[in-house]
Design a protein around this ligand. Structure first.
Ligand code: FES
Length: 100
């Protein structure tokens, strides 16, 4: 039913996930890229610190919140990867009053 589309090197972008560089297919979501690269959490909960993974992959559950290019609370399933994007786990509650 589903089959993977062949991907050439020209169809990839370089991203930094938790400080490690990966080549991922262009056009996929950040959440898909993080899972594809073998990571098994995208964030931890504010109360217990439990690891969380994306659940719906369509913008409903908010279990995929990550820090993307230094901006917290980004829905990783709704954002497309881009060249040199920096992606980090969101640890607990994000600081909503970031100081620039
Ligand atoms: S995985 Fe549910 S909102 Fe992103």
């Amino acid at each position: 039913m589903f089959r993977r589309i062949e991907i050439t090197e020209a169809d990839t972008v370089s991203v930094l996930i938790e400080g490690r560089e990966f080549e991922v297919p262009a056009g996929i979501s950040v959440a898909a890229a993080v899972l594809l690269c073998g990571f098994r959490k995208l964030r931890t909960t504010p109360v217990s610190g439990s690891p969380r993974l994306p659940y719906c992959m369509m913008g409903i559950c908010f279990d995929c919140l990550m820090n993307i290019d230094g901006v917290p609370n980004q829905q990783a399933c709704q954002i497309e990867v881009s060249q040199n994007m920096t992606i980090e786990y969101q640890r607990g509650a994000a600081d909503l009053l970031r100081q620039e």
